[in-house]
Design a protein around this ligand. Structure first.
Ligand code: NDP
Length: 434
């Protein structure tokens, strides 16, 4: 805190993890002896760089690019790129820190990293996006590679951006290294099922939680925030399994449709036409639109799935969900609940699952994409989806077991943090102080 006093999101992520792992530190003093905590909070490398680009009118702009290479104990750095005006060192470091333990939970051979830029893709033309991605990669390519660091997408970075980034990387390197990025298009090394993986994985995890409660998704009322990659595929799988998804949002506001959200409309608006969620009302005038996106948590629901961004549920909103008798909360976005909000859920014994466990399906399938790239094979949707289901089941059971072992039965927050931490920390000890 004294070294980087303004990095509040990073401090929040570190504090939430360190509080959970206290009993582990008391049991195994090697973690103290090898100073694991201090080594974990200092990223192995933090790169910042300028990204100059020209808009369609010939005006030159400059944004700040980032890549944090947090921890490489278990494998090459792995984590997405975020293009959003809110990106700064604190956001990138918190995401890289979370990613390290999430990746460990998947049991795949991947370390943790994250990157992005404070660039706002909204309202930019396709040509502007392409020039920005090319400029960003012109600097980033020096630090990445299939066995070094493998970025992917995140907020503001989808298939289009990954294509432009990959094209520029290929041109700069003068060779075809498919394994340098994941989330690629299917014609140039992408994995079938990667696009759906994070959202489907969220629901596979929720299914495991519900099983232990003697419940299923059928006829449950579900609220999902966001309307990007994670939200759309979370809604898709939930609807397929018989849930009644009644609301979703973007950063301007949320829609409520008591008949159930028409996902085809949301997909077209967001994935094809790149419009705002309020335009849903043009085709569904019976639905309602409200401008404050966080008010989505006032809608009564059985299951709340925050899938938009960090700190979108605070203490007040968590209390409102509890008053409205929410039966389960699972985080699709990274760190969407504040520390206080998590406290409310745990205090009221609401089954709560943290992001690093719930949304790990995306990066797990990214690791499967890397495996396909290096062995030059292509797996079917069914193969990938089955592996994803298995991985999500394992993450759930590993988290449940760790929570039980440390006398916090049912606390998935503690369980996931302990399971992820011990895998990274034990490997760091095995590798020596380097
Ligand atoms: P997208 O860019 O596809 O979608 C993000 C969505 O969240 C958009 O609907 C966006 O609305 C909304 N949003 C962004 N900022 C805010 C805000 N301040 N308040 C309310 N809504 C907001 O990103 P993803 O779906 O890929 O990512 C969503 C979350 O999931 C992030 O936390 C990301 O880190 C996490 N995640 C993503 C993975 C992936 O595979 N994509 C993997 C694991 C985690 P608008 O269009 O108005 O900006």
């Amino acid at each position: 805190v004294s070294r980087d006093p303004y990095e509040k999101e990073f401090h929040q992520a570190v504090r939430d993890l360190f509080v959970s792992i206290r009993p582990v530190l008391m049991k195994n003093t090697d973690y103290i002896k090898y100073n694991i905590l201090e080594r974990l909070v200092e990223p192995e490398r933090l790169i910042t760089f300028s990204v100059p680009w020209m808009d369609d009118k010939g005006v030159v702009h400059v944004n700040r690019g980032y890549r944090v290479q947090t921890n490489s104990a278990i494998g090459p750095y792995k984590g997405g790129l975020r293009f959003h005006p809110s990106v700064n060192t604190s956001i990138i470091k918190f995401l890289g820190f979370e990613q390290t333990f999430k990746n460990a939970l998947t049991s795949q051979p991947i370390g943790g990293g994250k990157g992005g830029a404070d660039f706002d893709p909204k309202g930019k033309s396709d040509a502007e996006i392409m020039r920005f991605c090319q400029s960003y990669m012109t600097e980033l390519h020096k630090y990445i590679g299939p066995d070094i660091d493998v970025p992917a997408g995140d907020i503001g970075v989808g298939p289009r951006e990954i294509g432009y980034l990959f094209g520029q990387y290929k041109r700069l390197r003068g060779k075809y290294e498919a394994g340098v990025l994941t989330g690629k298009g299917l014609h140039y090394g992408g994995s079938i099922g990667r696009k759906e993986a994070t959202g489907y994985g969220v629901i596979y995890f929720v299914q495991e939680m519900l099983k232990d409660l003697g419940e299923t998704l059928k006829d449950k009322t579900v609220v999902v925030s966001g309307s990007g990659n994670v939200a759309i595929h979370t809604m898709e799988k939930a609807i397929e399994l018989g849930a009644h998804v009644v609301a979703c949002s973007d950063s301007n506001g949320y829609i409520y449709d008591e008949n159930g959200i028409d996902l085809a409309t949301v997909k077209r608006l967001k994935e094809v036409e790149r419009r705002r969620i309020k335009d849903y009302l043009d085709e569904h005038p019976h639905a309602t639109y409200k401008e404050k996106c966080t008010d989505i948590w006032k809608i009564p629901c059985d299951i709340a799935l925050p899938c938009a961004t960090q700190n979108e549920i605070d203490e007040k909103e968590a209390k409102r969900l509890v008053e409205n008798k929410v039966m389960l909360v699972a985080e699709g976005a990274n760190m969407p609940s504040t520390t206080e909000a998590i406290g409310v859920f745990l205090y009221h014994n609401i089954p709560f699952a943290p992001a690093k466990a719930v949304n790990a399906g995306g990066v797990a399938v990214s690791a499967l994409e890397m495996a396909q790239n290096s062995s030059r094979v292509t797996w079917s949707f069914e193969q990938v989806d089955n592996m994803l289901k298995e991985i999500m089941k394992n993450i759930y059971h590993d988290s449940v077991t760790a929570a039980k072992d440390y006398h916090k039965p049912g606390n998935l927050m503690v369980g996931a943090n302990i399971a992820g931490f011990t895998r990274v920390a034990d490997t760091m000890i095995d590798l020596g102080v380097i």
